[in-house]
Ligand binder design. Structure first.
Ligand SMILES: Nc1ncnc2c1ncn2[C@@H]1O[C@H](COP(=O)(O)OP(=O)(O)O)[C@@H](O)[C@H]1O
Ligand SMILES: [Mg+2]
Length: 462
């Protein structure tokens, strides 16, 4: 699975951020523990060194140099000495007794306290540690050095650092794993919302976002989002439905009386003398009634196509055959208007569709080309099988449509200014768009340099 998609999710980033925060807080915690504890250890060590020194000095006062040397020899026995350091020297710093090999070099001094490096064996290999010691000059010029090396502290420091590394590594690994798991769940649910949205946008207006498998009621925020989106879609669907019903009802209810008016005018016309001066007026009224009827019919067809009527009775249709029929029917009209129709039918092109509506769409496009390209122009009607994704193109070399108007003309009743004088209702392209949507096809208006090129790309027939 593509991992970078997980890394980009908010959930994953949040999980990782928490892991980093936890790591940082454990770092602070460890530093605090280490700081306070090492201060305590250092203080304790100083106290024990000072106590050692005091007791040895007492020894010296009571038993003299010989007694002191004996006491030091006893304390410096390998099985007793631990991390203690004892060294008694004569006034020239030559060792008399103790476990130090000689007066330490490289001495750093802070009052009576000396700090110096010392080589010690901790675990196998000899290593160099720092040691801290008190220096006292005894009566008679003898030097007494009593101290401890910092093995314990070093061991403690290593344990803390190790624990810190482990805890940060574990926190980060856990953060990564939790982040991946959580973002996979989140992604899966967002993906289901996305794919539902895509299906709805493709025209399956009745589709809804599926609930979670196992469908616990009143679940998490995703369940609520799904519920709300579905409720919103229902509401939109209801509103669109009522709008469609209103349009449909108006067109439908006005069509019958209009047809009656038209027919009465026609029979009045039949009863008139050829020379009757009112004839022309009545003829005009019939033409206008016809145009109105055409508008109502177009509105009804659009409403039907948009409601997805006919989606149920989609059948395999050969686009090439439909285009041939339209071309045959329109050729005389095209030629009568002084244009040329060039058909390029490049082979059978099966789509799953409604034959009548496809016929209507091609006819509308040719009708537009005839009306708006003007005499002397060439119209081309192309059907390409396109490897199972057929393409229908109707192009002319007339004035075309400016790019800024190309999406607008697909809306209902939109007619561009240069076309106001030609008869029409501005519904032809809307119907083409609705038919394309019904077929899950994409409609695009392009520049034919010069002229308009309308391209409809159909999906694979499912
Ligand atoms: N082939 C074309 N060349 C130039 N303009 C066009 C062409 N086809 C459509 N149009 C413009 O798009 C508008 C909308 O077309 P349409 O929806 O078919 O409505 P109608 O043909 O009834 O005016 C037309 O009024 C016209 O201005
Ligand atoms: Mg038209």
């Amino acid at each position: 699975m593509r991992l970078h998609r997980f890394f980009r999710t908010t959930t994953f980033r949040l999980a990782l951020l928490y892991a980093v925060l936890f790591s940082a807080s454990s770092l602070v915690l460890f530093a605090f523990i280490y700081g306070t504890t090492s201060v305590l250890i250092a203080r304790e060590r100083e106290q024990s060194i000072a106590a050692n020194m005091a007791s040895l000095q007492d020894h010296y006062a009571a038993t003299g140099l010989r007694g002191l040397a004996a006491a030091i020899l006893a304390r410096a026995q390998p099985n007793r000495v631990g991390d203690n350091i004892y060294l008694l020297t004569d006034p020239q710093f030559r060792p008399i007794a103790g476990n130090g090999t000689g007066w330490p070099p490289l001495v750093e001094q802070d009052g009576p306290w000396l700090t110096f490096p010392i080589e010690r064996q901790l675990l196998g290999e000899p290593e160099v540690y720092l040691a801290k010691a008190l220096h006292a000059v005894l009566p008679g010029g003898y030097h007494l050095l009593v101290g401890q090396d910092m093995r314990t502290q070093e061991r403690f420091r290593r344990a803390i650092v190790e624990a810190l590394i482990w805890s940060v590594a574990i926190t980060l690994c856990l953060g990564l794993v939790v982040g991946l798991v959580m973002s996979r769940n989140t992604l899966r649910r967002i993906e289901s919302i996305n794919s539902a949205a895509e299906r709805i946008m493709r025209g399956e207006l009745k589709h809804r976002i599926p609930g979670r498998a196992g469908g616990r009621a009143g679940g998490d925020e995703f369940d609520r989002l799904t519920e709300n989106l579905n409720a919103m879609l229902d509401e939109i669907d209801r509103l669109m439905g009522s709008m469609r019903t209103v349009t449909h009802n108006i067109a439908h209810d006005l069509r019958s009386p209009l047809t009656r008016v038209r027919n009465r005018l026609e029979s009045a016309l039949a009863g008139m003398d050829e020379s009757d001066p009112r004839r022309e007026t009545v003829e005009q009224a019939v033409t206008e009634a016809d145009q109105l009827l055409a508008t109502f019919n177009a509105l009804l067809s659009i409403a039907d196509a948009e409601a997805g009527a006919g989606r149920g009775d989609m059948v395999p249709v050969d686009l090439e055959a439909v285009a041939r029929d339209v071309a045959e029917l329109y050729e005389p009209l095209v030629e009568e208007r002084g244009l040329f129709l060039e058909t390029r039918l490049l082979g059978p092109a099966l789509v799953s569709g409604n034959r009548q509506l496809l016929f209507q769409a091609i006819a509308n496009l040719i009708d537009n080309a005839v009306k708006y390209a003007g005499p002397g122009r060439r119209i081309s009607l192309t059907v390409e099988p396109g490897n199972g994704r057929p393409e229908l193109v109707v192009a002319d070399d007339g004035p075309g449509i400016p790019a800024s108007d190309r999406s607008r003309v697909l809306e209902r009743f939109v007619r561009l200014d240069p076309s106001r004088s030609t008869p029409g209702s501005g519904l032809g392209l809307s119907l083409v768009a609705a038919i394309a949507r019904l077929h899950n096809a994409t409609l695009s208006l392009e520049d034919n340099h010069p002229g308009l090129k309308v391209r409809i790309r159909f999906p694979m027939p499912g």
